[in-house]
Design a protein. Structure first.
Length: 380
């Protein structure tokens, strides 16, 4: 695995729009302007790509050809030292036809950071080019004021000053940013509440939270017809779990789209790092519980989860959805419960912030203890 150089003061920070841009739509435009000011205040030189202020594409800033050209230019020229995507979107997959993966694999590596639709690049950089990437906040998020610690953690990771990340105390269910308040910070009203399915048992740190216990008992009752061993009474308590493996994953919506295409080099990656095993981190944007079930079934039967050591699931955007009596957590256990590895739920990954930045391709050590989670990256 190739790891890019970390950012230094006066580094040139490339900002591109392989998915949505930051044109005239609010709150994204104003928020991005504030992000530019933040990067400059930290001693970086922002270099804004030609597509960032465009909005003539379908589900992204502009045409796939122009998006691919922007990606190639920023990776293969000396105009920047690291690259951030300015936003997520819908159709970044079309860009891949125009990305010079051979050139990127042969060039000096650069960090790329983004999430959601940017899985199209964070995942393929690791699996095709053997270049580590960061599944983390898009550039426009740095326009909030004040910054939430997940953003300073992401910058510390890019700078090489921090190779361990932790969960945060609370998360945002309903955001406050709007065209009238474009720089609003996170509205973290929901307590972090991790649950772990391991050895046929579902564990959660109840503390004195009666609602949490009731929620979990409801989940057990709902799933028991699907898995008869779904029982919390004998679950490990207190939980103290450590797992190591090669970090791989992203947004499930996008990974299902990549699966089976010429851009799917997953099995090659798994074989290359067979001695390490993989830790899959996954989260969902548009998928409902049944879509999650079908998507995981697809990846499982495509051989993606061979030699997996653990699954890390972020909170899905539609976290409270239930379809035919099935919620998102139950859907996961239905497909992956027989994998014989720990499955961690409701983590700070993905669309319901804050989000721990994850180095896709790095060797990771996951430590779950009580209601806390840490990931330590080894650049090997």
């Amino acid at each position: 695995m190739k790891y890019p150089d970390f950012l230094q003061k006066n580094s040139k920070l490339g900002l591109i729009a392989p998915s949505f841009g930051c044109a005239s739509t609010e709150p994204y435009h104003t928020r991005f302007q504030h992000a530019l000011s933040y990067f400059e205040s930290q001693g970086y030189k922002p270099v804004v790509g030609p597509n960032v202020y465009l909005e003539d594409g379908i589900g992204k800033s502009t045409t796939a050809e122009k998006c691919g050209a922007e990606i190639n230019d920023f990776f293969l020229s000396d105009k920047c030292d690291a690259i951030l995507s300015v936003g997520g979107g819908e159709t970044m997959c079309e860009d891949l036809e125009f990305v010079d993966f051979d050139g990127i694999a042969a060039a000096k590596p650069k960090w790329f950071m983004g999430y959601s639709d940017n899985t199209n690049l964070t995942y393929t950089l690791a699996t095709i080019c053997d270049v580590a990437s960061i599944y983390g906040p898009n550039a426009s998020s740095f326009g909030m004021s004040p910054l939430h610690p997940f953003l300073t953690d992401a910058m510390a990771l890019l700078e090489g000053n921090q190779l361990t990340v932790h969960n945060y105390e609370a998360w945002e269910l309903e955001g406050l940013d709007s065209p009238e308040n474009p720089t609003a910070t996170l509205n973290c009203t929901e307590p972090f509440r991790m649950s772990v399915y391991h050895a046929g048992k579902l564990w959660q740190n109840f503390s004195d939270d009666a609602d949490a216990k009731n929620d979990l008992e409801r989940a057990i009752t709902s799933v028991s017809p699907v898995r008869s061993d779904f029982d919390v009474s004998a679950a490990p308590d207190p939980l103290d779990l450590t797992v190591q493996g090669r970090m791989l994953g992203g947004c499930l919506d996008i990974l299902c789209c990549l699966c089976g295409t010429k851009f799917d080099h997953t099995k090659d990656f798994i074989e290359k790092y067979n001695a390490d095993g993989t830790i899959f981190f996954l989260e969902a944007c548009d998928l409902n519980p049944l879509s999650i079930l079908r998507g995981l079934w697809q990846l499982k039967n495509a051989g993606w989860f061979k030699n997996v050591k653990a699954f890390l699931f972020g909170r899905p955007l539609h976290i409270n959805d239930s379809v035919m009596g099935l919620d998102c957590r139950q859907a996961v256990i239905h497909v992956l419960g027989d994998a014989g590895v720990p499955i961690l739920f409701d983590l700070d990954i993905g669309h319901l912030p804050p989000q721990m930045p994850i180095i896709c391709g790095a060797f990771g050590t996951i430590h779950a203890k009580g209601n806390t989670l840490s990931i330590t990256y080894s650049l090997e």
